[in-house]
Write a protein of this length. Structure first.
Ligand SMILES: [Zn+2]
Length: 384
C-alpha cells in the first residue's frame, strides 16, 4: 500500500473523541500496519473513550535510554460532518488530516525504518484516544510511561513557519515546540434574592447578582500577567431577566492560560480570595468548578537540549530546524508534569493547516522530511 492509500484510510475511519468504536477501529487499523514488527501491544480500557494503545519494543531494558513517541488517534471531527477526503496538488484534505492522522502515518513509517536498521530498542509509543478532550483519562498510564522515559517526542504538527509553501525550503524547514501553555476554565454563578427595582430604594436592599459578578470579573481579569505569559479571557456571561427586576442570577465563565505552573497556583489562590469577597452584601457565590484544568510544558533546559540535538541533525540533513513556544495545549504538557527531567519536544509531525476546521489538510511533501528527521534524531540519541 502506498503513502496516500494508508493515509486516506486513516483519515476515512472517523475517530471523533467520543466515537469510541471509531477510535478503537482506528487504533486497530494502526496495529494492522505495525503488528509484524517486534512490538508488543497493551490496550488500556475506557468506557467513554477509545482504549488507549501502548506499544513497546520487545527489546526493552531498564538500563538503556528510553524514547517515547506520543500521538493521539482521536480528532475533533464528528461523524456527520461533511468534509470530504480530497487531493489538491500537494495537499491532502480531510478530517484530522494534520491533527494528527499524517503524524500517525509518519510514526508507522518511522517504526518500520527503525526496525529495518535494528533500532527498534527501548521505544514506547502511546496512541492516546482522548487528547482532544484534554486527556481526562489514562493519567496513570501517562505517569508511568513518562517516568520511564528519557526522551519524549510528541507528534502534533510542525508549525507552517515563515516560508511560502511554494518555496523549496518550505518542506525542509520545521518549527518544533519547546513549551506550551497550560489552561484552566472555570464557571461561577452569583445568586441574589432579586426584588422590584422601583420599590427597593436603599443600597443595602439592592442585592444585585450582576453587580457582584462584574466586580469579581474585573478582579479576575486583573490577575493577568503579560510579562509572565499569563492571560485571562472573560469568555461568557449570562444574567438577569427584566428591566424591572434586580438581577437574581448571573453566570460567567473564564479561561486562564499560563506558561508557568507557579502562575497557575498564584491565579488559583487569588481567585479563591475573590470568590470569598462580598462585593455586594447578600449575594451568594457558587463555584461550578473547572471544565479544563491542564498543566503547561514550561520552558525548560531539557527541551532546549533536545531541540539543539534536533538542530544538529537537521543541519546534517540540510534542514532548517527552529524551536518555539506555542499557546495551545497538548499531551507534551501531560508528560512534562510527571517527569520534568525528561527531554521533551513537540511539533515533530509534518506541516499543514486548518486544524480543527473543515479545511484541514497536510502538505504531502513534508511527510518524508518529518520521517527522516525523527529517524536521525533517534540514531543520534542512540549513538551519543
Ligand atoms: Zn492534536
Amino acid at each position: 500500500m502506498n503513502t496516500h492509500e494508508v493515509l486516506k484510510e486513516l483519515i476515512s475511519i472517523n475517530s471523533y473523541s467520543i466515537n469510541k468504536s471509531g477510535v478503537d477501529r482506528k487504533n486497530c487499523y494502526i496495529w494492522d500496519q505495525l503488528c509484524d514488527l517486534p512490538l508488543k501491544r497493551t490496550l488500556h480500557k475506557s468506557k467513554m473513550y477509545g482504549d488507549l494503545m501502548h506499544l513497546q519494543s520487545n527489546d526493552y531494558s531498564p538500563n538503556s535510554k528510553t524514547i517515547t513517541l506520543v500521538l493521539h488517534s482521536d480528532t475533533v471531527h464528528k461523524e456527520d460532518e461533511s468534509s470530504p477526503i480530497l487531493m489538491s496538488g500537494n495537499k491532502l484534505y480531510g478530517p484530522g488530516a494534520i491533527d494528527m492522522q499524517a503524524s500517525i502515518f509518519v510514526v508507522i513509517e518511522l517504526l518500520k525504518k527503525l526496525s529495518e536498521n535494528d533500532q527498534l530498542v527501548n521505544i514506547n509509543i502511546i496512541f492516546n484516544t482522548a487528547e482532544e478532550k484534554g486527556s481526562p483519562e489514562f493519567q496513570e498510564v501517562f505517569k508511568t510511561i513518562s517516568k520511564e522515559s528519557n526522551y519524549i517526542f510528541v507528534y502534533e504538527p510542525s508549525d507552517p513557519g515563515r516560508y511560502n509553501p511554494d518555496e523549496e525550503i518550505f518542506k525542509t524547514q520545521f518549527e518544533l515546540v519547546t513549551s506550551r501553555k497550560g489552561i484552566f476554565q472555570q464557571k461561577i454563578v452569583t445568586i441574589g434574592p432579586g426584588g422590584h427595582s422601583g420599590s427597593l430604594a436603599t443600597k443595602a436592599e439592592r442585592k444585585n447578582a450582576i453587580e457582584q459578578a462584574i466586580c469579581m470579573m474585573k478582579e479576575i481579569q486583573d490577575l493577568a500577567n503579560y510579562d509572565k505569559g499569563t492571560t485571562v479571557n472573560l469568555a461568557y456571561i449570562n444574567g438577569g431577566r427584566e428591566n424591572t427586576v434586580i438581577a437574581e442570577k448571573c453566570e460567567f465563565t473564564f479561561d486562564v492560560r499560563f506558561t508557568y505552573q507557579e502562575e497557575r497556583e498564584r491565579v488559583k489562590e487569588e481567585i479563591t480570595k475573590i470568590l470569598k469577597t462580598e462585593f455586594v452584601s447578600g449575594v451568594e457565590v457558587e463555584d461550578l468548578g473547572y471544565s479544563y484544568d491542564l498543566p503547561p510544558l514550561e520552558p525548560n533546559r531539557n527541551s532546549a537540549k533536545l531541540l539543539s540535538i534536533a538542530q544538529e541533525v537537521g543541519k546534517d540533513l540540510g534542514m532548517e530546524i527552529i524551536g518555539n513556544g506555542r499557546g495551545g495545549w497538548s499531551d507534551a504538557c501531560n508528560m512534562y508534569i510527571y517527569n520534568p527531567n525528561a527531554m521533551i519536544i513537540d511539533g515533530l509531525g509534518p506541516k499543514g493547516d486548518g486544524e480543527h476546521t473543515n479545511n484541514e489538510f497536510v502538505y504531502l511533501d513534508t511527510i518524508e522530511p518529518a520521517i527522516r528527521l525523527s529517524e536521525e534524531i533517534v540514531k543520534r540519541i542512540r549513538y551519543s
